[in-house]
Each structure stands twice: as C-alpha cells, then as structure tokens.
Design a protein around this ligand. Structure first.
Ligand SMILES: [Zn+2]
Length: 61
C-alpha cells in the first residue's frame, strides 16, 4: 500500500482483505505515525505461494 503522507509504497502483511477497503488509516513506518494509505492491491503473488490446489478426493480405490 502507499502512504499518502510520504508517498512510499510498502507491504502490509495481513490476512484480511485490504483490497476491498481501498483506503485505510494505518501506522506508517516511514512517517512514524498513523496516516492514510492507498491500497495498491494484494501482493500474494510475490510471496512465492504455490498455486492453490484443489482438494483431491481419495482416488486410491
Ligand atoms: Zn508515510
């Protein structure tokens, strides 16, 4: 997400859906205070997560 105060972009590792909020008020580690941040999108593709696998049914019969 991007801080509207200092303009820096950084990643907030959270599990809830920031992308549905669009803009959040959060602590900025660069400004060292709470500022508004624009949510740029989810970054889970950069985290190296494997593609989600479907739960395979038991096929061992
Ligand atoms: Zn900032």
């Amino acid at each position: 997400m991007k801080c509207t105060e200092c303009g820096r972009e950084w990643i907030l590792p959270v599990s809830f859906r920031l992308d549905e909020m669009g803009k959040i008020y959060h602590y900025c580690p660069y400004c060292k205070k709470n500022t508004f941040h624009i949510v740029l999108g989810k970054v889970e593709d950069e985290a190296g997560d494997p593609a989600p696998r479907e739960e395979a049914p038991n096929l061992e019969e």
